[in-house]
Design a protein around this ligand. Structure first.
Ligand code: AHG
Ligand code: MN
Ligand code: MN
Ligand code: MN
Length: 334
């Protein structure tokens, strides 16, 4: 049940038993993510005042220059989950390999693994534009009581038991699903509490916003170029509006509320696109579908892709159902 202005803590307790594998473990996990979100929010908010802007001086496994806040957010989420001993493994955009978490008596009793993009949109940190965090939760498939294995992380997105994001925006929000719709909670920073502000979020079936880095236009496949031209054509309810923040979380959040499509196609410069299947596309695809939207690589449902490696990239088209279907048509008919 969703009651507007319920706190996230109340909501978690009230809905704990409706979750099909309920043992309280998932609730504890969401609680830990909520706590880490508040700590990261605090750091992001004061970023302009203390020396945490700019590059950290390291390059991550993705080949990107890590920002100080990338590293900080990564450490905060990992430490919060590790200290509470509520997951058996973590994989992160900012870590080369997955992390196996032992319980204090070393018998690995926890059944969930978490995959995170600790700080999404990190190119926006230094210019005071919204950034986010994305998380994804699976039940392990190897036996409980043994160390986690790579296969526990390389599950198709349809196996997710929970996914969500935090957007550090004009307000800070946590938006998540456990497979029973999508709910959004807004942080009241004065008292540090998230309140249910957006119950049962839904993607409008049709939208009028398209979000893509058009600077890469020349490198896009013909079908994507054709779709962009279609969006710009004066016909029916078009031309559409173009909006691109460069933070997937923020672009997705806006499109879910207003109706729109987010695209990160492959290009002649990036054969598989840029976005990471495990930390970005799968969780957003799960949220999109739970909100009545759609997510595709142009040919197939994102949630049906079988991952082959932790840091795998895929082309990503996500948002209002009819818009995603339309871009698929253009791609497949080009
Ligand atoms: P991250 O900051 O986690 O590395 O992700 C950045 C992603 C995504 O948030 C964003 O939509 C996209 O990269 C922007 O890429 P371009 O700058 O190539 O448009
Ligand atoms: Mn990055
Ligand atoms: Mn990201
Ligand atoms: Mn990131």
């Amino acid at each position: 049940m969703t009651k507007r202005h319920q706190t996230l803590g109340e909501y978690i307790i009230e809905n704990q038993n409706s979750f099909k594998y309920s043992s309280g473990e998932l609730s504890k996990l969401i609680n830990a993510l909520r706590l880490a979100a508040k700590v990261v929010n605090h750091e992001v908010n004061k970023a302009g005042l203390v020396d945490i802007l700019g590059a950290a001086g390291e390059v991550n496994i993705q080949g990107e220059n890590q920002q100080k806040l990338d590293v900080m957010a990564n450490n905060i989420f990992i430490q919060t989950l590790r200290n509470r001993e509520i997951v058996c493994g973590i994989a992160s955009e900012e870590e080369d390999d997955y992390i196996s978490i032992n319980s204090h008596d070393d018998n690995h009793q926890n059944k969930y693994v978490v995959l995170i993009d600790p700080l999404d949109g990190s190119s926006n940190i230094d210019v005071n534009v919204s950034v986010g965090t994305i998380f994804s939760v699976y039940r392990r498939i190897t036996p409980i009581g043994t160390p986690v294995q790579m296969e526990d992380f390389l599950q198709p997105g349809r196996n997710q038991v929970a996914a969500g994001y935090i957007v550090y925006g004009t307000s800070t929000m946590i938006v998540y699903t456990t497979g029973d719709g999508v709910n959004g909670f807004t942080l009241n920073p004065a008292i540090g509490t998230f309140y249910l502000s957006n119950p049962n979020m839904q993607f409008p079936e049709n939208g009028k916003i398209y979000s893509v880095n058009e600077g890469n236009y020349i490198h896009f496949p013909q079908g994507v170029k054709d779709y962009i031209k279609y969006c710009q054509k004066e016909e029916e309810d078009r031309p559409y509006t173009s909006r691109y923040i460069g933070s997937l979380v923020s672009d997705f959040h806006r499109n879910m509320i207003k109706g729109g499509i987010y695209m990160y196609p492959k290009s002649s410069k990036a054969e598989e696109g840029k976005l990471r299947l495990l930390y970005e596309c799968n969780p957003m695809a799960f949220l999109a579908e739970q909100a009545g939207g759609k997510a595709s690589n142009g040919y197939q449902r994102i949630l049906d892709l079988q991952p082959t490696e932790l840091h795998q990239r895929v082309p990503f088209f996500c948002g209002s159902k009819n818009m995603v279907t339309k871009v698929e048509e253009f791609i497949q008919n080009a």
